[in-house]
Design a protein around this ligand. Sequence first.
Ligand SMILES: [Zn+2]
Length: 177
Amino acid sequence: MRKKNNKTAVTVVLMLMVVFGMLGLGSVFNPPRSPAQEPATNQPAGFAERDATRKLALSCTLDSLTKFHIHPHLQIVVNGKNEIIPANVGITVDCMRPIHTHDTSGEIHVESPEEIDFTLGDFFAVWQEPFSSGQILDYRVNSGHEILMTVDGRPSGEFENLVLRDQQQIVIEYRIK
Ligand SMILES: [Zn+2]
């Protein structure tokens, strides 16, 4: 009797494992659709392209895969003081993003397996800090403060949409109006 009960229990456990296993397999074969896979309706022009560069920017890469290697330079000034752009943005023990930093000099390394128009927004996405015409890091534009951006000394209104180029000198300034 006791032996039979044990056998029944084992059978039930096995059946449960099979059912859950099938459910698990089902979700592998039918992964939930990510927003990127949705039909491109009502999306602004260029969205798909920007989405593709963002995906690549956030992927992992290896030195040996580098086909595209440029170095723009970024400086962030908040109320007259330089903000430190950290070393090793985009680098962890097991992953290197195609856009990263090695030191605190403001030099951005773009080392990508694909030559693609990465944007300044892609760098901030890797850094996981906000940047737009309305906000830089924790500093928001308001009635008393503004954000100005220059590229190679000339004013730019491109903000996060600026395409990164080799040796570009990008300055983002948050200041009192
Ligand atoms: Zn480099």
